[in-house]
Write a protein that binds this ligand. Structure first.
Ligand SMILES: *[C@@H]1O[C@H](CO)[C@@H](O)[C@H](O)[C@H]1NC(C)=O
Ligand SMILES: *[C@@H]1O[C@H](CO)[C@@H](O)[C@H](O)[C@H]1NC(C)=O
Ligand SMILES: *[C@@H]1O[C@H](CO)[C@@H](O)[C@H](O)[C@H]1NC(C)=O
Ligand SMILES: *[C@@H]1O[C@H](CO)[C@@H](O)[C@H](O)[C@H]1NC(C)=O
Ligand SMILES: *[C@@H]1O[C@H](CO)[C@@H](O)[C@H](O)[C@H]1NC(C)=O
Ligand SMILES: *[C@@H]1O[C@H](CO)[C@@H](O)[C@H](O)[C@H]1NC(C)=O
Ligand SMILES: *[C@@H]1O[C@H](CO)[C@@H](O)[C@H](O)[C@H]1NC(C)=O
Ligand SMILES: [Cu+2]
Length: 372
């Protein structure tokens, strides 16, 4: 069984309480680890939904981005992979575009539309469903897209602090795609910042630990867009795409109140997965203090999640990307000191390894150290 491996202390110690989006595949082909993605300077969440950081995370709107743009076609399968996450919540994907040059697109403002959403399925939040699939999630690019370049925004929303206004945590990463499409516009579209409000019912959930039933939860950002509308998409700077009919795709079945109180956000060693597939309608108040073996959700949401795989954080099997994945230079050159929660080390890290005074560069895993 995989359980023994999961509980190994080495593994648990390597797991951070926060998460980043590190890699994606287009029809099972990846451009590489952290290639094509605007990596934020830390794995800390965005909590101010009115901030420009809500678009593409801290430093994610700096242009030119210095990030490679990856080819894809409409209808292609995209698989994303995130760090392990014990934080309950949904994952959503949005596109921004088309634009002439994705590396020059800030992503701030109007022009986003939702293309994928996984919320809470059969008693299991998206993060736990992903945990059972090596922290991956797959979806298809829509058809009826205008050819052009786009930002692909992956968002994991963590709701373990959603009982207070401003407590929800947004983990965000933006990739750059050049998509060949058959033409068409998508709608409805939204603005970021703008579309989210700290008091929205899907962001501020006062009773999340007190009887909240997530079975009908829908992630913020409105419905999934319909593409193939007349026109070839609008130029981002000028127009707001017309909303066409929309469809929400969701598949929640069980009514299970699986409340998770992760009180260990700041701790370094946190549980691997909370796959509460057992039907225990308890609003358990137990904090997640140890590695919980993820049971395989037999529902598994779709046949793509048939295997439960031990997440591997050993970079020895990850293609080295040091030469090909330029990072945002938010932490400055090798001589600068690094601020709290920002990256200070890890494989392929070329920035400064010196923390501001009073802080220690602390390894979270082989490829990520931060100043704490
Ligand atoms: C899980 O993902 C890691 C990182 O991408 C990869 O190295 C590993 O091979 C994957 N595990 C399986 C069983 O696919
Ligand atoms: C719209 O897209 C179609 C299909 O790609 C293309 O043939 C057509 O020229 C495009 N029209 C405009 C105005 O860009
Ligand atoms: C669970 O929720 C119910 C209903 O809100 C509440 O009465 C009860 O005290 C809670 N139990 C625990 C253990 O928190
Ligand atoms: C969820 O939606 C279904 C279908 O509309 C409804 O029957 C059910 O009562 C809803 N559950 C909650 C908790 O709102
Ligand atoms: C959950 O976590 C919060 C924050 O640490 C704590 O105040 C609260 O008592 C915990 N328990 C419940 C049931 O919410
Ligand atoms: C939901 O999950 C439970 C527990 O894992 C499982 O027994 C049941 O078959 C699942 N239901 C569906 C519809 O997938
Ligand atoms: C990764 O694998 C290498 C080689 O097998 C090993 O020496 C190293 O200890 C491993 N690191 C972790 C964190 O498991
Ligand atoms: Cu966290």
């Amino acid at each position: 069984m995989f359980t023994k491996t999961l509980i190994s202390s080495a593994f648990v110690a390597a797991v951070s309480a926060h998460q980043n989006f590190h890699q994606f595949w287009v029809n099972d082909v990846t451009p590489g680890y952290q290639v094509g993605i605007r990596m934020p300077p830390s794995n800390s969440p965005v909590t101010d939904v009115t901030s420009n950081d809500i678009a593409c995370n801290v430093d994610g709107s700096t242009v030119p981005s210095g990030v490679e743009t990856v080819d894809a076609s409409e209808g292609d399968t995209i698989k994303v992979q995130w760090d392990s996450s014990s934080h309950p919540g949904p994952i959503t994907h949005m596109l921004f575009g088309p634009v002439d040059d994705a590396s020059q697109a800030t992503g701030i403002g109007a022009g986003w539309f939702k293309i994928d959403e996984l919320d809470y399925d059969n008693g299991t939040w998206a993060n736990a469903i992903m945990e059972a699939a090596n922290m991956t999630h797959e979806f298809a690019l829509p058809t009826g897209l205008a050819s052009g370049e786009y930002l692909l925004r992956s968002e994991m929303l963590a709701l373990h602090g959603a009982q207070t206004v401003g407590g929800a945590q947004f983990y965000i990463g933006c990739a750059q795609l050049k998509i060949t499409g058959s033409g068409g516009s998508c709608g409805p579209s939204i603005s970021l910042p703008g579309a989210y409000d700290a008091n929205d019912a899907d962001i501020y959930i006062p009773n999340i630990y007190n009887g909240y039933d997530p079975s009908n939860y829908t992630a913020p950002g409105g419905p999934i867009a319909t593409c193939g509308g007349s026109g070839n998409g609008s130029t981002i700077a000028t127009a707001t795409p017309t909303a066409t009919s929309s469809a929400v795709i969701r598949s929640s079945t069980a009514v299970v109140s699986a409340s998770l109180n992760d009180t260990l956000v700041s701790s370094t060693a946190v549980a691997v997965a909370i796959s509460s597939s057992s039907v225990s309608p308890a609003n358990t108040t137990e904090p997640i203090t140890s590695a919980i073996v993820p049971s395989i959700p037999t529902s598994a949401a779709s046949s793509t999640f048939i295997t439960a795989i031990v997440p591997s954080f050993n970079t020895t099997s990850i293609p080295a990307a040091s030469g090909t994945a330029p990072r945002p230079s938010g932490t400055g050159s090798a001589g600068a000191t690094v601020r709290k929660y920002y990256q200070c080390g890890g494989l392929a890290w070329t920035g400064s390894t010196t923390c501001e005074s009073g802080l220690t560069c602390t390894a979270q895993n082989d490829y990520y150290s931060q100043c704490l």
